[in-house]
Design a protein around this ligand. Structure first.
Ligand code: SF4
Length: 280
């Protein structure tokens, strides 16, 4: 059996919500590695996905070309604000069908904002990391690094004791930044900010950092979340190798605002959503 990291963090580690998310490993082949939180076609998800693509496009370049590409993309994004037209460079990154079927100007302007800010957050983190002596222009960056499967096949398998069984964890880290023995896990976040969402992002990053600590024991692991609302665009996230300790009893509950996304929100007595609905 395996669990997706996004299924654990989405419910802030609530055991009762997570237990039904256990999946049969024989079905794992069709998993694309894309986080559920950026999958789908609603406008907010589409914009979040676009911002990820723009950041990845810039940072995927080798260090010596990254600054030049960043300037080109930033200028192209800024032109959207002025011209309310999709520049060819951004269209190449997002695909020519990106605006298809949408309210053109609205999607364009919302996309500009999220792409612009997430790119700023990412470059801001990179510049912070480049303060490590001699590391400027030398960080290697990889997008969508899986903690399972072929990305880590020679490194062992990351398992945690969950509901009494050794359970495989699946997921893809948005960005991994490496310089010598420094290994940085970065999760990119878009949309509205809320403290409860920040907690779910932090849990996701803790799990990925713990996985990397297991997979790369000789590396110095650090975790960050990136969002436009955070000071300088990023926050560091402390490591926690005990994050799965509470997943020992599937009847336990951890209620909170994340309950609104839980299939059990109307049947679970602990549900925050149910309690708030009864007050209104
Ligand atoms: S409704 Fe909330 S407390 Fe209940 S199972 Fe779902 S996430 Fe857990």
């Amino acid at each position: 059996m395996y669990l997706r990291v996004s299924d654990i963090s989405k419910y802030l580690g609530c055991p009762r919500a997570i237990e039904p998310m256990l999946r049969d490993s024989s079905m794992a082949g069709g998993y694309s590695g894309l986080d559920e939180s950026i999958r789908g076609e609603t406008e907010a998800l589409k914009i979040g996905n676009a911002a990820h693509k723009v950041v990845q496009y810039v940072l995927d370049n080798p260090p010596e070309e990254r600054e030049k590409v960043y300037e080109e993309v930033r200028n192209a994004l800024d032109s959207i604000k002025q011209d309310v037209e999709m520049p060819s460079l951004i269209s190449d990154i997002l695909g020519e069908n990106f605006l298809h079927g949408a309210i053109h100007d609205q999607l364009l302007m919302s996309s500009w904002k999220e792409c612009h800010y997430l790119l700023y957050c990412s470059i801001s983190l990179l510049r912070y990391l480049e303060k490590i002596p001699d590391s400027e222009g030398k960080w290697e960056i990889k997008a969508e690094m899986k903690i399972h499967g072929e990305d880590v096949s020679s490194k062992g398998v990351y398992l945690k004791d969950i509901f009494g069984s050794k359970t495989l964890l699946h997921g893809s880290i948005d960005l991994v930044l490496e310089y010598e023995d420094y290994f940085v896990v970065a999760e990119l976040k878009t949309g509205a900010f809320a403290e409860w969402k920040k907690k779910t992002w932090e849990l996701q990053t803790k799990i990925y950092s713990d996985a990397c600590k297991f997979l790369y024991p000789d590396k110095k692991i650090a975790g960050f979340i990136l969002h436009k609302y955070l000071t300088y665009g990023y926050n560091d996230v402390d490591g926690d190798s005990h994050w799965a300790d509470s997943l020992d009893d599937s009847t336990k509950t951890i209620p909170g605002e994340h309950c609104q996304y839980c299939d059990q929100k109307l049947s679970c007595n602990a549900s925050w959503f149910k309690q708030i609905s009864s007050i209104r």
